[in-house]
Design a protein around this ligand. Sequence first.
Ligand SMILES: [Zn+2]
Length: 135
Amino acid sequence: MHEWALAESVIRKAAEYAAREKLSSVSEVGVSLGELQAIDRKIFSFALQELVKSSFKGLSCCKFRILKDPAAFKCKACSKEFTLKVLKRTDEEAENIHFIPEMAHAFLKCPKCKSPDFEIMAGRGVSIKHIRGGR
Ligand SMILES: [Zn+2]
């Protein structure tokens, strides 16, 4: 599963960070999850909790805080920046966009000039936002 592979890479990065910073224990890892990232948050969270048990021992008691990274777009024609929230769309469209970020281009257009040519500025991918721990 995609969620398990992503969870594994998050834990690997957190363990590397803890080793580099010489942390003996990690209490919390903040993980930013892109709004457009096609993963199931519940499965991802479960995968993190399961995988961390057999990981670097300093991480074994840590909590994962999953933070939502909202999607943001910028129109290439007029430079208007916009989000999914400002656009009134049907639930079905929203569902498709969550599943395949590339679909955003098929459904969205600039709210100002109606150009379908925009960049995805934020809301993709998974990254570590913060790590809290002690030496
Ligand atoms: Zn525009």
